[in-house]
Structure formats: structure tokens, C-alpha cells
Design a protein. Structure first.
Length: 146
């Protein structure tokens, strides 16, 4: 029966390792919550890209099917019909047309977790500490009984 309690130190180390791995490990709750945050960022970026895509589709449809829009865009690019003449005024700068953004690159960050080796070392040290404490109590009990 006395030796059986030393097995408790081994089981305590295993339980501590399992708990630390579940909470702080590579596939633990902490890493899972970090990945959920990254998922929300990616979903927000996808929604932003959908809005940009809709705007670009609207511009494309305007250029394909609306003659007036095509004419305005052609004039901004410097094209004219044969009846038109351009007068260039120096010093006013170039024609600044607002450019449409194609979206931002959102790279997912790697989740931060505690290495498995570190968790094993912590669990091993805990099991050894519990075993040493139990041995110390047994030695003190032996000395007291003597």
C-alpha cells in the first residue's frame, strides 16, 4: 500500500500533462480561440472583397452597356471623336482619376502555443516533486516512529 501511493505521483504528472496539453497545447483551447479570431478577420476581409467585387462588376456593366459612361471614360483617357479638339493647359497637373482598390491581403497569423516538450518537462517536474514530497513525509514518519 505504501508503494502504491508513489504511483499517484506518476498519475498526477500524466494528468497535469493532459490538462496543460488540452489548454495550452498546439491543438488546445488557447490555439483554438486564436484561430477563431483569425477566422473572423478572414470573414470580414471576404465581406470587404465582395463589396469591391460588386463595385467592379457595376463599373464593368456601365462600360459595356452605357454609352455615356464609356464616352466619359474615353475622354479621361485622352480619346476624342473626330469632331472634338483638345486644348492642353500646362501647369494644372495630370488627370487624377481615383483608382479602385483590389482589396487587402490578410494573412492568417500562426496560433501561439506552448511547445509539447515544455509541457512534458513541467509535468515531469511536477511528478518528481510530488514523489519527493511523499518520500519526505515517509522519512519523517519513519523518524518520528523510531
Amino acid at each position: 500500500m505504501k508503494a502504491l501511493k508513489y504511483v499517484f505521483a506518476l498519475w498526477a504528472g500524466i494528468v497535469i500533462y493532459a490538462i496543460l496539453a488540452v489548454v495550452f497545447g498546439a491543438v488546445g483551447f488557447s490555439a483554438y480561440h486564436q484561430l477563431q479570431g483569425e477566422e473572423k478577420k478572414q470573414e470580414a476581409n471576404i465581406d470587404n472583397l465582395k463589396v469591391i467585387n460588386k463595385d467592379l462588376e457595376d463599373n464593368l456593366n456601365s462600360l459595356l452597356y452605357d454609352k455615356d459612361t464609356l464616352t466619359v471614360y474615353a475622354r479621361e483617357q485622352g480619346y476624342a471623336s473626330p469632331q472634338e479638339k483638345f486644348i492642353r493647359i500646362v501647369g494644372l497637373g495630370t488627370n487624377q482619376k481615383t483608382k479602385t482598390s483590389a482589396g487587402d491581403v490578410v494573412a492568417a497569423a500562426e496560433p501561439q502555443y506552448t511547445a509539447d516538450r515544455t509541457l512534458r518537462i513541467i509535468a515531469f517536474c511536477t511528478a518528481i516533486s510530488i514523489g519527493i514530497c511523499m518520500a519526505g513525509f515517509d522519512v519523517m514518519k519513519y523518524l518520528r516512529d523510531r
